[in-house]
Ligand binder design. Structure first.
Ligand code: LLP
Length: 415
C-alpha cells in the first residue's frame, strides 16, 4: 500500500474514491489506477535526474493504456517501445516521436520503416544482422537512422530468470566483447548515425549494485569508442528498478538515481532511462469479486472473477501480490487460495492468504499496475477487464470492458 491506496473507516480507497464504488459501478474484474500516484512516481524520477540533461522514456510495455501514456506524455516523458504497435499507441496518446527509443531483438522491416517515417530518437540495435537490415531499410526510404547498440554487460541482475536480460546466455543485446567492432562497422554504414549506447539488464531489481556494475562496464566501452573517434550523445541505462510487492526493499528512485549519477560524474552525455514497473506498478490495483467460497478437505478456496488471463504474473513467475478486502470485516480469519475460474491449476492469484471475507465481497489485488493489463489475454473467451483512472474525486473509465462479440469479430467460418 502507499499513500494513494489506503483504508478509511475500513473501506479501501484510491485517492478520494472508495474502490467499492468503482467495483459496483463498472463491475469486476477491473483495473484501477491513481493519476496522482503515476504523476508522483514520474516526478520523483524527473527530480532525481534534474541535475543533468536527461530523458525518462517510460517503457510502454508495462502498461500501454492510452490514458496512462497520455499522463506521462503531458509530464514530458519520452517512451521506450518494442513494437510498431506500441509506437502507434504512443503517437495516438500524444507522445512525441522524437522522444521515442525503440528496443527489441526482432524489429521487422515494416516496424523500422514506420519508426523512420515517424522520426524517432533512437533505434536500440540488438544484433549485427539488425544493423545490416536497418541500414538497408533506412537507405530505401532515404533516411539516416539514429542508433545505439544495446550492449550486454554480462552482469547478474539477481532477479527472476525469466526477466533477467543482461547475462551472456540471454538473447538480448550484443556481446560486450563484440560491441567495439560492431560500432566501427556501424560507423562505416551510410544510412546509420551513431548517437548512443544502451543496456538493460533485467526487471524487478531490488539492489543498486548490478545497475552500477553494468554502468561501469558500459563506460569502459564508451571511452574505447571515444579513443576510436566515435563520440556519443547519450547513454541509455535501461529500466529495471524494482518495487515493493511484499517485503522487498528496493532502493528508492532517488537512491537509484544518485548511485547512477555518481558513476556518471564528469560525463557530459545526455542520460536516458527506461523505467516501466516503478512508474506504474504501485499506482494500480485489480478489483475482483468472490464468486464462491469453497471449503475443501485440505484447503479453502476463494474463487474470484479475475483469472490468469487478467493477471498472468502469479501463474507465469510465481509472483506474489497482496490481496486486500475492499471492506474490512470484523470476523474470524481463514486461510484461502485465491483462484480464478480458468480450467488450469496454474490459475491462481495467491495462495495461503489469511482473510476475513464473505462470498460476494470484492478484493483488490495490489501492485497490479505494471504488466497486468498489458499481459492480459482472452483465454477461455474471457473479455478483458475494464480500466478506470481516478483523479482526486473524479472517476474516468479509460477502457470499456471488452464484449464477447468484439473478441471474435475478426474470425470467419469457412462454411
Ligand atoms: N527497457 C527494456 C529494453 C525492457 O526490456 C524492459 C522490460 C524495460 C525497459 C522496463 O523494465 P522495468 O523498469 O519495467 O523493469 N512481465 C515481467 C517484466 C518483463 C520486463 C521486460 N522488459 C513482469 O511482470 O515482471
Amino acid at each position: 500500500m502507499n499513500d494513494y491506496f489506503h483504508y478509511r473507516q475500513d473501506q479501501l480507497f484510491v485517492e478520494n474514491v472508495a474502490l467499492n464504488d468503482i467495483a459496483q459501478r463498472f463491475g469486476t474484474p477491473c483495473y484501477v489506477y491513481s493519476r496522482a500516484a503515476l504523476t508522483d512516481d514520474y516526478r520523483q524520477f524527473a527530480e532525481a535526474f534534474k541535475s543533468r540533461e536527461h530523458l525518462i522514456c517510460y517503457a510502454a510495455k508495462a502498461n500501454s493504456n492510452l490514458a496512462i501514456l497520455n499522463v506521462f506524455a503531458r509530464l514530458g516523458a519520452g517512451f521506450d517501445i518494442v513494437s510498431g504497435g506500441e509506437l502507434q499507441r504512443v503517437l495516438a496518446a500524444g507522445g512525441a516521436a522524437n522522444k521515442v527509443v525503440f528496443s527489441g531483438v526482432g524489429k521487422s522491416e515494416a516496424e523500422m520503416r514506420q519508426a523512420l517515417e515517424a522520426g524517432i530518437l533512437c533505434f536500440n540495435v540488438e544484433s549485427a544482422p539488425e544493423l545490416d537490415r536497418l541500414n538497408a531499410v533506412a537507405g530505401s526510404v532515404g533516411k539516416v537512422a539514429p542508433i545505439s547498440l544495446r550492449v550486454n554487460p554480462d552482469v547478474d541482475a539477481k532477479t527472476h530468470p525469466y526477466i533477467s536480460t543482461g547475462l551472456k546466455q540471454n538473447k538480448f543485446g550484443v556481446a560486450y566483447t563484440e560491441a567495439l567492432a560492431l560500432y566501427l562497422k556501424a560507423a562505416a554504414m551510410p544510412h546509420l548515425r551513431i548517437t548512443g549506447m544502451d543496456c538493460h539488464i533485467g526487471s524487478q531489481l531490488t539492489e543498486v549494485s548490478p545497475f552500477i556494475a553494468a554502468a561501469e562496464k558500459i563506460l569502459v566501452l564508451v571511452d574505447q569508442l571515444a579513443a576510436a573517434g566515435i563520440a556519443l550523445e547519450h547513454l541509455d541505462l535501461g529500466g529495471g528498478l524494482g518495487i515493493r510487492y511484499d517485503d522487498e526493499t528496493p532502493p528508492s528512485i532517488a537512491e537509484y538515481a544518485q548511485a547512477l549519477l555518481g558513476v556518471l560524474r564528469g560525463r557530459t552525455e545526455k542520460i536516458i532511462v527506461e523505467p516501466g514497473r516503478v512508474l506504474v506498478g504501485n499506482a494500480g490495483v485489480l478489483l475482483t469479486r468472490i464468486e464462491y467460497l469453497k471449503h475443501g478437505e485440505e484447503k479453502n478456496f476463494a474463487i474470484v472473477d479475475a483469472a490468469m488471463n487478467d493477471l498472468m504474473r502469479p501463474a507465469l513467475y510465481d509472483a506474489w501480490h497482496a490481496i486486500l478486502p475492499l471492506q474490512k470485516r470484523d470476523a474470524a480469519m481463514a486461510q484461502y487460495s485465491v483462484v480464478g475460474p480458468i480450467c488450469e491449476t496454474g490459475d491462481f492469484i495467491g495462495h495461503a492468504r489469511e482473510m476475513a471475507v464473505n462470498q460476494g465481497d470484492a478484493l483488490a489485488v495490489m501492485s497490479a499496475g505494471a504488466y497486468g493489463m498489458s499481459m492480459s489475454s482472452n483465454y477461455n473467451t474471457r473479455p478483458r477487464a475494464a480500466e478506470v483512472m481516478v483523479d482526486g474525486e473524479q472517476i474516468h473509465l479509460i477502457r470499456e470492458r471488452e464484449k464477447v462479440a468484439q473478441m471474435y469479430a475478426a474470425e470467419k467460418m469457412i462454411g
